[in-house]
Each structure stands twice: as structure tokens, then as C-alpha cells.
Ligand binder design. Structure first.
Ligand SMILES: *Cc1c(COP(=O)(O)O)cnc(C)c1O
Length: 488
């Protein structure tokens, strides 16, 4: 290593160590809110412009250290116990180290010859996750994110329905139609476009009042598609929807899929981790019937991003769909070519995402993952109960899994009975935006809001980070009430 890089390693290593050991510090702001111009200015103040100059002169180590400090100061602290904005939070520091280990070794998990240990770690992780899900025999592969895993699953399902498409594209066959709930993740729509089947061939099936796909509505949608001469081939069931945390009824959907010869895919990006909890794994009942399952350890398990696993119940099919036998990478006469994972994925270069999961799992054990899940669900139950008993708030939907969705209610609307009257609707809709603005400016917390199913913008508190306590929930609700009251 050259002396400059070594000096940087010393300095930045120390900064990151301090950051990580104090990352759940409640006194630090969750975010130091700044628009793009303020951010550029902050970097200028630190003596490093955010833009790359023309020509870009090589800078001193000190300037780079200041750039890293500025980056740390203005980035969102996603480890903070009041960061609830997305469905990741509170990365396990062991996973951070795993990322570092993988980066330091900088290989690509395409071939055994270039990544022997990572290849075996990935296989170990896939095999054990498949057993936890009850999906053996299964094979699988890690992908950069659930969107890529969903796309891959759709590709496999289409291959089963229309094998010619792999070589000839979509011209020859019938119109293939896929089904997913109206509250499922947007990646399915993108995947339909990318695989050439088209967004309009994805039917959005209605949900019940808790956000679960209705099996009777699926049955009806399949019948309609058949009547129109299309061929139903794929059902995506969501285990833990993005907004409400709802679990589609897997046994019933599996039955409809079986009756009509469709591939059942379970998008468990968010919810599949509940399989680690003996107490709550019943939510995933029926997953054994899935042809494929996507599971994102980078969500509820606190593995650093990205870490997504696609499990498939048809051994050999990933290879069948992705293998190209590129003679310059997968030489058939070299050592251990049968171990190469690169033929099971769309990607060429592939990060060693299994390493961080493997290390974290080994240190925390199954019990560590179970504890993470149970802690999160216990806090969600506590929050739902608090919100229910306090007329300053009102649940927008029945609470489900790790999610609690609610409004702050202004004094003149308490107790809130009917959110749907136009003036009430408009007021609640706008108040969520205004309260979010306050929390961002003050940097005290981050919580996402959104409208859904006709409801005006509501807040979604979802629990993932093991550092969050009941006190943090109380503080969060009181802060929300303070901002709301000041605005109202
Ligand atoms: C997060 C999520 C995805 C997308 O996963 P990425 O890793 O963000 O691409 C898909 N489906 C569900 C249900 C999710 O929660």
C-alpha cells in the first residue's frame, strides 16, 4: 500500500470506528437537513468541492479526511433509534465488518477459482435459509436486491411456462399473464416490462381491509384472463407488504396457483425473516408450497445493503435459464467448474454478499436473529396499543407485523371517527407532510408517510433496529404531538 493510502486508512479507519461505536447515540441528530446547495457549500467550507474539477488535481490526505468528516456529518444516521423511514435500520456492525472483509479481498463470486471461500459461504447460506423456509431441496443465489431477485424469479417462471422464449423471445407464444396484489412491490411491474411480457400483463388483484391479497379475487382475475384468451402463469404472493406489513394468505393462494398450473412466487423481502422466530413464524405458513422465495437479509436481519437471496425449488433451473458457458470465464475443463455460481445469475461481477450474512449469523446464532425479530414485533405491538388508547392519534389500518400506520389528529377532530369527509381528508393529508418537514428540519427523527387505499397521508412506524426501546417510541409520539400542536 502506498503511504498516502496508508495514512488515509489510519485516519478514516479511526473516524469510522468512532462512528460505529456511537452510531446509536440518541443525542446525535438523525439527519442534519440540507438542500443540495447547502451540501455543496458545506463541502466547499471543508476545502473540497463536491464536483470533480477539470482537471481534478490530486488532493492531500487531510482534504480527504475533511471530505469524509463532512460526509459523516450530513448523511442520515440510519442506525439512530429514531430512524424509521424505510424498511432497513440498525445494521449489525458485524455485517459492516463483513462488507469490509469482502471489499478488502475484492473478488467476484462468479467462479470458484477466483472466490473459493466466498463460493462455499454463499452455498452454505443458501442451503440453510432454504431449510429454515422448509424449501429443501432448493438451490439459490444472492442478488443485489429484492428487485433483481423478483426479476430472476419471473424469468424462471416464464421459462417453465414458455421454454422457447429463452431463445426466441416473446413473439411465438400466447399472451402470458401474471398476478400480484395491488399493494405489492413495484419491482414486479418493472420485471414484467424487462422480460418483454409488458406491464399490462401484470394483473393487480384487490386486497382485503388489512392489505392481504383476496384469494377469491385472484380466482376471478385468473378466470377473466382465461376468458380473454391469455395464459395465467405466475402468482406473486407478498409476505410483509411494503406499507402495511401484510402477509398474503399463502395456503389459499397456493391452492389457486396449483389448480391453474401457475408458478407461486413468494416475495418475502421484508417478512421472510420472521421464519427465525418460533413464536411468529406461523405468518409464513404455506411457504413450503412456493416454487420460489425471495428473502432480503438486508431488511429485518440487519445485514448491510445489499443482501438478497433467491431460493428456487427446481434444482438446475437457474443454470438452465442463465448459463451461457462463456468460454473465457467458465472453462469446462478447469478445476471445480461445477462449483461456479456465476452461471446461476444474470450478473457477471457479483459482490460477495454472503460474507456479511455468514459472519453475522455465526456470531449471533439463530437465537440472535430470533431475538431481533421478537424485539421488533414486541415494540410494534406496544406502539399499536399506545396509539389505540390515545385520541391524539388514530390507526389508519389494523396493525400488522412490524408496521404501525396512523395519523396524528389535530385537537378539533378528536376523537377521529371518519377520515373520509373531504375537509378531514385534506387536513390529515397536509398535516403529515408538515409534521415530516418539522422532524427533518429539527433532525429529531425520520418516519415515512404515504397515502394508500383512499386514505390520506399517514405515518408508518416500522420496527427493525434492535436499539429501539419503548422510551424511544414514547419520545417519538410526543415529538410528533409537539410538532402537530405547533402547526395546528
Ligand atoms: C424491499 C422490498 C422489495 C425490493 O427489494 P430491494 O432489495 O429494495 O430491491 C421487494 N418487495 C418487497 C415486499 C420489499 O419489501
Amino acid at each position: 500500500m502506498d503511504s498516502q493510502a496508508e495514512a488515509l486508512l489510519e485516519r478514516v479507519g479511526a473516524l469510522l470506528r468512532t462512528y460505529l461505536t456511537s452510531s446509536t447515540d440518541r443525542e446525535a441528530p438523525v439527519v442534519r437537513f440540507a438542500g443540495p446547495e447547502q451540501l455543496r457549500e458545506a463541502f466547499r467550507q471543508a476545502g473540497v468541492s463536491l464536483e470533480l474539477d477539470e482537471p481534478q488535481a490530486p488532493l492531500e490526505v487531510e482534504a480527504l479526511v475533511r471530505a469524509v468528516e463532512t460526509t459523516l456529518a450530513y448523511s442520515v444516521r440510519t442506525q439512530h433509534p429514531r430512524f424509521f423511514n424505510q424498511n432497513f435500520a440498525g445494521a449489525d456492525p458485524v455485517a459492516v465488518l463483513g462488507d469490509w472483509l469482502a471489499a478488502a479481498l475484492n473478488s467476484t463470486v462468479a467462479t470458484y477459482e477466483a472466490a473459493p471461500v466466498f463460493t462455499l459461504m454463499e452455498k452454505a447460506v443458501v442451503a440453510r435459509l432454504a431449510r429454515v423456509a422448509g424449501l429443501s431441496p432448493a438451490e439459490g443465489v444472492l442478488n443485489p436486491g429484492g428487485s433483481m431477485s423478483n426479476l430472476s424469479a419471473l424469468h424462471l417462471a416464464r421459462h417453465r411456462a414458455l421454454p422457447e422464449a429463452l431463445r426466441e423471445g416473446m413473439h411465438a407464444g400466447p399472451r402470458l399473464v401474471a398476478f400480484t396484489s395491488e399493494q405489492s412491490h413495484f419491482s414486479l411491474e418493472r420485471a414484467m416490462a424487462l422480460t418483454g411480457m409488458g406491464r399490462e400483463s401484470l394483473v393487480k388483484v384487490p386486497c382485503d381491509e388489512s392489505g392481504r391479497m383476496r384469494p377469491d379475487a385472484l380466482e376471478e382475475a385468473v378466470r377473466q384472463a382465461r376468458d380473454q384468451g391469455a395464459r395465467p402463469f405466475f402468482v406473486n404472493a407478498t409476505a410483509g407488504t411494503t406499507v402495511l406489513g401484510a402477509f398474503d394468505p399463502l395456503p389459499e393462494l397456493a391452492e389457486v396457483a396449483r389448480t391453474h398450473g401457475m408458478w407461486l412466487h413468494v416475495d418475502g423481502c421484508h417478512g421472510a425473516s420472521v421464519l427465525f422466530s418460533e413464536r411468529h413464524r406461523h405468518l409464513m405458513r404455506g411457504v413450503e408450497a412456493a416454487a420460489s422465495l425471495v428473502w432480503n437479509p438486508h431488511k429485518m436481519l440487519g445485514i448491510t445493503q445489499q443482501c438478497s437471496v433467491l431460493l428456487v425449488r427446481h434444482p438446475g433451473m437457474l443454470r438452465e435459464c442463465f448459463s451461457t458457458r462463456a468460454a473465457y470465464l467458465f472453462q469446462q475443463d478447469k478445476h471445480h467448474v461445477e462449483e461456479d455460481l456465476g452461471e446461476q445469475s444474470f450478473l457477471c461481477a457479483r459482490r460477495a454478499d454472503s460474507v456479511k450474512l455468514w459472519l453475522t449469523w455465526k456470531l449471533r446464532g439463530d437465537a440472535g436473529f430470533a431475538h431481533r425479530l421478537e424485539h421488533a414485533l414486541e415494540l410494534a405491538a406496544y406502539t399499536a396499543e399506545r396509539v389505540r388508547q390515545d385520541e391524539r392519534f388514530r390507526l389508519a389500518f389494523p396493525p400488522s407485523f412490524s408496521h404501525v400506520c396512523f395519523w396524528w389528529v389535530p385537537p378539533e377532530l378528536r376523537p377521529l371517527e371518519d377520515w373520509s369527509a373531504p375537509e378531514v381528508h385534506a387536513r390529515l393529508h397536509q398535516l403529515s407532510v408538515a409534521i415530516k418537514d418539522r422532524m427533518q428540519r429539527e433532525g429529531t427523527m425520520m418516519i415515512g408517510y404515504q397515502p394508500l387505499a383512499g386514505r390520506p397521508n399517514f405515518f408508518r412506524l416500522l420496527f427493525i433496529n434492535p436499539a429501539v426501546t419503548r422510551d424511544d417510541v414514547d419520545t417519538t409520539l410526543e415529538l410528533m404531538d409537539r410538532y402537530g400542536s405547533e402547526l395546528a
